[in-house]
Design a protein around this ligand. Structure first.
Ligand code: F6P
Length: 377
């Protein structure tokens, strides 16, 4: 197995990026120690952070761990933390001309921190943004994102945009070692819906109907929710399903923060072959004006996000439909769009292609991975 540093070097990762990733990995080990030493008597709110969450001493301590580690580097422009009201300027070198390979970072030091009292799942989320001296954050500026989860073993997961790598912390050797396979959402994802139905009374009609539809007897979805977004997203990477935190009549942008929760996790889910939208558009296409902005989010395997977008249309049971648009250009290929219903099809012998016929008058072949076959589930 590869250790984290050698692995990053083998991928020709830019030197400053390596330092930042290693800094978050080191912080995660220190944070786990902090969690292990946690005293229940400390579970007292000492105020609220900028976005309204109750802040506990452990939130502040985990934030300080990360800030201390980041302060040792000299390649960070701004740092934005869920636990800090303002973005912190970290760079004290010359800005004219603006230096190359300098990055801004955003992080949630202890995601799901309410779970600590019951020994439930906890994590850390981070995003590394390319910086051109304008602190202008958009999903398109992300060059790396990742998370740590603190359970029986610390796992450290990240993407540089293409693949999702998972490392486990080896306590004896004091290093992170790569697990065997990259994380990709399974091609036959499990039917799992992760959300907080306790908010249903204030959800919009579409969200209520979607949840009710998925949990009807014949859809066979199961419901899970940990109260720690990063843990629920990790389960989606391992098993499939959807996580949603909608906006509602009271909070039109929901609860989750874009810069240090939704952008980083969307970047990972897309690299693992999933989709993340704000209800309408691809989340990573969003731009934000202030550091602590929130957004509704629907994130998960392609099948389930396409279900969300089109379920009113797809309500016809047992329909097979397109979960990924395809522009057919080769001989016999046909173009199809996401959400389109397919009436008649036959998977060809190599299983990579499926022939559709009598579907909206279309006839031809499409890649099998673009189709969701209702009957096979
Ligand atoms: O950071 C916010 C968070 O703790 C997420 O990890 C989690 O999914 C969500 O809030 C839980 O919020 P609620 O208790 O409102 O469902």
């Amino acid at each position: 197995m590869n250790n984290l540093k050698d692995f990053l070097l083998s991928k020709n990762t830019e030197k400053n990026q390596i330092e930042i990733i290693l800094s978050f990995a080191k912080s995660s080990v220190l944070i786990e120690k902090e969690i292990n030493n946690y005293e229940k008597t400390n579970h007292i709110g000492i105020g609220r952070n900028k976005t309204g969450d109750i802040q506990k001493p452990i939130d502040i301590r985990c934030n300080n761990i990360i800030m201390t580690e980041l302060n040792k580097l000299n390649n960070i422009f701004y740092a934005v933390s869920e636990e800090e009201e303002n973005s912190k300027l970290m760079y004290n070198g010359n800005l004219f001309p603006f230096p190359e390979n300098i990055y801004s970072v955003a992080f949630d030091p202890l995601d799901g921190s309410d779970n600590i009292i019951s020994n439930g799942p906890l994590g850390t989320i981070f995003g590394i943004y390319s910086e051109k001296n304008n602190l202008h954050y958009s999903g398109g500026n992300l060059i790396c994102s990742g998370y740590a989860i603190y359970s029986s073993v610390i796992i450290f997961v990240f993407t540089l945009g293409e693949h999702v790598y998972e490392f486990k912390f080896d306590k004896e050797k004091n290093i992170f070692l790569k697990t065997s396979n990259n994380l990709v959402i399974p091609s036959k994802p499990k039917k799992i819906i992760n959300c907080n139905p306790g908010n249903m009374y204030k959800w919009r009609e579409k969200d209520v109907n979607f949840f009710k539809w998925l949990t009807e007897e014949n859809q066979k979805y199961t419901f899970r929710y940990s109260g720690c977004m990063v843990f629920d997203i990790h389960r989606i990477l391992c098993e499939g399903g959807i996580f949603m935190y909608p906006g509602d009549y009271k909070n039109k942008n929901g609860k989750l923060r874009i810069l240090y929760e939704c952008f980083p996790l969307s970047f990972i889910i897309e690299a693992a072959n999933g989709i993340s939208i704000d209800g309408n558009i691809r989340l990573l296409n969003r731009e934000i004006k202030t550091a602590h902005e929130k957004t509704p989010i629907y994130i998960g395997c392609k099948r389930d996000i396409v279900f969300y977008k089109y379920f009113e249309k797809i309500l016809v049971q047992k329909s097979t439909f397109i979960i990924e648009s395809f522009n057919g250009s080769g001989e016999d290929e046909v173009s199809v769009s996401e959400g389109e219903k397919i009436d008649t099809y036959k998977v060809l012998s190599d299983e990579n292609w499926t022939r559709i016929s009598k579907s909206n008058g279309k006839k031809g072949i499409v890649p099998t991975k673009c189709l969701y076959f209702h009957e096979t589930y």
